[in-house]
Write a protein of this length. Structure first.
Length: 206
C-alpha cells in the first residue's frame, strides 16, 4: 500500500472522527482549586516550546512536589535549576512565547495540561519562594495561562508506565556508557561512572 499523507484538517477529522463534546468543553482559562492541588503535588513537568522557524524542543523540569509557583489564577512560574546550559527551550521562548506544559504525578495515569504564553525573568519579588536546598534560581519561566485541562489516562495505561514489573532500566547501556559512546569517547569509563555515581546527586543544585 502506498504512503498516504494527511493533507488538511478535514481529512484529519475524517480519519479520527469528531471529538466528544465533553473533550471540547473541558478547556478552561484559569486555575481551579483542584489545579492548584495538582501543581502542589506534582514534582515533574514537560515544557514544550517552538522557535520562530518552527523548530521544537521539549524539556523536562523536576523538583520537589510543588516546585511550580502559583502567582495568581492565571499565572504560574517554573524555576530554572543547574543543567547543561544549552537553553534550547529558553531561546525558543525569546523568539516565540507560546509554551505547552504537561504536569505528572507519579502513579497517576491522568495529567494536567497547560498552554499559554511565557516570558523569562532573571529576578522577581517571589524568587525567594523558589529556593530549594539553598539554591535561588538565576531565572524563572513565568507562564500566563491561556488553556488548561486534564488529559485522560489511556496513554499511561497502554504504556504501563507506572507498573514496576514492566520496567527495564537495563534495556540500554548505563548513562556513563552512553556518554562515552555518543558524547565523550575521549573520557575514560571509570571517570564517567564516578561522575554519574553518588557524587552526581551532590550537584543537583550547584
Amino acid at each position: 500500500m502506498p504512503t498516504q499523507e494527511i493533507s488538511g484538517p478535514e481529512e484529519l477529522r475524517e480519519v479520527l472522527g469528531a471529538p466528544m463534546p465533553r473533550a471540547l468543553a473541558k478547556e478552561r482559562t484559569a486555575l481551579h482549586a483542584r489545579d492548584r492541588e495538582w501543581l502542589a503535588a506534582s514534582p515533574f513537568c514537560l515544557v514544550a516550546t517552538a522557535g520562530a522557524d518552527g523548530s521544537c524542543d521539549v524539556s523536562p523540569k523536576g523538583d520537589p512536589p510543588g516546585f511550580t509557583l502559583v502567582l495568581d489564577e492565571t499565572t504560574i512560574a517554573i524555576p530554572e535549576r543547574p543543567g547543561n546550559r544549552r537553553a534550547d527551550g529558553y531561546r525558543n521562548i525569546l523568539a516565540n512565547p507560546h509554551v505547552g506544559l504537561i504536569y505528572l504525578i507519579p502513579g497517576r495515569t491522568d495529567t494536567l495540561r497547560i498552554n499559554g504564553r511565557a516570558r523569562l525573568l532573571r529576578d522577581a519579588p517571589w524568587f525567594d519562594d523558589l529556593m530549594v536546598q539553598g539554591h535561588r534560581p538565576v531565572l524563572a519561566v513565568e507562564v500566563t495561562i491561556e488553556q488548561i485541562f486534564y488529559h485522560c489516562a489511556k496513554a499511561f495505561l497502554r504504556s504501563e508506565l507506572w507498573r514496576p514489573e514492566t520496567w527495564r532500566p537495563d534495556a540500554l547501556p548505563s548513562r556513563p556508557r552512553l556518554v562515552k559512546e555518543l558524547e565523550a569517547p575521549e573520557a575514560s569509563l571509570a571517570s564517567l561512572e564516578n561522575h554519574y555515581g553518588p557524587e552526581y546527586l551532590k550537584t543537583l543544585y550547584s
